[in-house]
Design a binder for this molecule. Structure first.
Ligand SMILES: [Zn+2]
Length: 45
């Protein structure tokens, strides 16, 4: 799975969850989530 913002690979945790979040059904990595905060909404189409 790839982050829609930085295009980086998103790893899965041992529980099968992604190391990030979903914004508008698109995957965003935890680094971008931290970096942009609530601004990720504007960055995801
Ligand atoms: Zn990212």
């Amino acid at each position: 799975m790839k982050c829609v913002i930085c295009k980086g690979k998103i790893e899965n945790s041992f529980l099968g969850k992604i190391m990030g979040t979903f914004v508008k059904k698109k995957a965003v990595c935890s680094a971008c989530q931290k970096k942009h905060g609530k601004g990720v909404d504007a960055l995801v189409e």
